[in-house]
Write a protein that binds this ligand. Sequence first.
Ligand code: HEM
Ligand code: NAG
Ligand code: NAG
Ligand code: NAG
Ligand code: NAG
Ligand code: NAG
Ligand code: NAG
Ligand code: NAG
Ligand code: NAG
Length: 329
Amino acid sequence: MATNVIPKLVSTFVVVFILVQQANAQNLTEGYYKKTCPSLEKIVYDVVYRYVHHVPGFAAALLRMHFHDCFVRGCDASVLIKSTPNNTAERDSIPNASLRGFEVIDAVKAAVEKKCRRTVSCADILALSTRDAVTVIGGPSWPVPLGRKDGRISVALEALLNLPPPFFNATQLIAAFAAKNLTVKDLVVLSGGHTIGISHCSSITTRIYNFTGIGDFDPALDPAYVRTLKRLCPPPKVNNTVEMDPKSSKSFDVNYYNTLVQNKGLFQSDAALLNNSETNAYVRSHVASSSASSFFKDFADSMVKMGKIEVLTGSAGEIRLKCSVINKN
Ligand code: HEM
Ligand SMILES: *[C@@H]1O[C@H](CO)[C@@H](O)[C@H](O)[C@H]1NC(C)=O
Ligand SMILES: *[C@@H]1O[C@H](CO)[C@@H](O)[C@H](O)[C@H]1NC(C)=O
Ligand SMILES: *[C@@H]1O[C@H](CO)[C@@H](O)[C@H](O)[C@H]1NC(C)=O
Ligand SMILES: *[C@@H]1O[C@H](CO)[C@@H](O)[C@H](O)[C@H]1NC(C)=O
Ligand SMILES: *[C@@H]1O[C@H](CO)[C@@H](O)[C@H](O)[C@H]1NC(C)=O
Ligand SMILES: *[C@@H]1O[C@H](CO)[C@@H](O)[C@H](O)[C@H]1NC(C)=O
Ligand SMILES: *[C@@H]1O[C@H](CO)[C@@H](O)[C@H](O)[C@H]1NC(C)=O
Ligand SMILES: CC(=O)N[C@H]1CO[C@H](CO)[C@@H](O)[C@@H]1O
């Protein structure tokens, strides 16, 4: 009898052990700094409000930065680390393509350090600042569980390997999100982040000027819109910028999904959302929708999930003193 019980006990132990291990990766809590930095959320909000109220584009900048952080080594603020003579960091990778808003994070970190020295991670600061920035421009809000630690590694090549490029098709995008345990729904919802912000012309040059190498444009794009884009992006001006959600790039709304069905999604990765039945159905359900409330709720849920990707907690990682520099020791 006893010989039969032991393997059962062992396997039960193994199952419990695995569950506990998984729980640890997810054990961020909203009250994490309640005792150590009680005014944290107010400090962050006040600084973010100052910047975003003045320059709404910072909301888009931070949203993209948080995404790029979480998809490369998890949400560990590795995206903020500057390259050194010995190391080319994520910031200097090709897909960083014009990440901006670093000064906002530096300002928030400085304000937080003043009140709560060596207490709050840059990864948590980026997660909170992103939420607040989106809220300030009238977008959704979401809870931000805290307790992330900062990573000590940032490698440019990893950004290239983990961040989906704008020419990915639906299959490739779904795989890139699945690699982060995000679903097809998360993909179509989070792509809605392109309701705000800008792109550099360099990200669409091939699509509008030389799609298959014969001086053509992507036939999935509305031809009249191609003419507009060519006017905004004449060939040498790769550093010009265009709105991703034309005329609505400062307001967080459902108009992004309207642009997709009009064949005005800026990137192939946007247009690709029409090519999968689940993402297509989601897009269509939001077209001509007078209310953004269901999109807002979905976006909030998916942001909470994205913010938990591969986080470092407990004794892993560190509390970086300066967000752009790994602590010495
Ligand atoms: C699905 C795959 C995605 C691809 C291929 C992609 C690609 C891009 C590209 C190429 C740009 C323009 C960069 C430039 O030329 O300056 C951009 C901008 C942006 N992306 Fe994405 N993105 C994706 C998903 C996301 C997600 C999940 C979010 C956030 C939830 C996001 C938020 C943004 C924002 C806010 C901007 C504008 C940044 C600014 O104004 O500075 N993107 N994206
Ligand atoms: C960079 O690498 C060199 C040689 O490997 C080493 O001596 C130096 O300490 C490193 N510097 C930093 C900042 O890590
Ligand atoms: C997506 O791209 C991959 C890689 O280029 C290709 O193998 C696949 O056939 C494409 N899928 C679709 C649906 O176009
Ligand atoms: C995805 O989930 C699996 C199973 O829980 C886990 O082992 C893996 O680390 C997760 N991957 C990411 C990127 O979160
Ligand atoms: C278009 O692409 C083809 C093939 O990649 C290349 O040979 C050609 O130089 C490109 N034309 C322009 C104007 O960039
Ligand atoms: C675009 O900007 C980059 C970085 O600032 C610069 O090196 C490059 O010369 C610019 N290109 C053009 C055509 O203005
Ligand atoms: C979507 O599918 C159409 C036709 O099946 C194809 O021509 C187009 O290239 C696809 N678009 C993307 C972005 O994959
Ligand atoms: C998560 O769990 C680990 C191990 O139990 C613990 O050391 C760490 O403090 C926890 N983190 C948070 C944010 O609660
Ligand atoms: C914002 C930022 O750090 N951009 C860098 C992106 O990477 C290029 C090189 O690939 C740098 O020149 C930029 O400064």
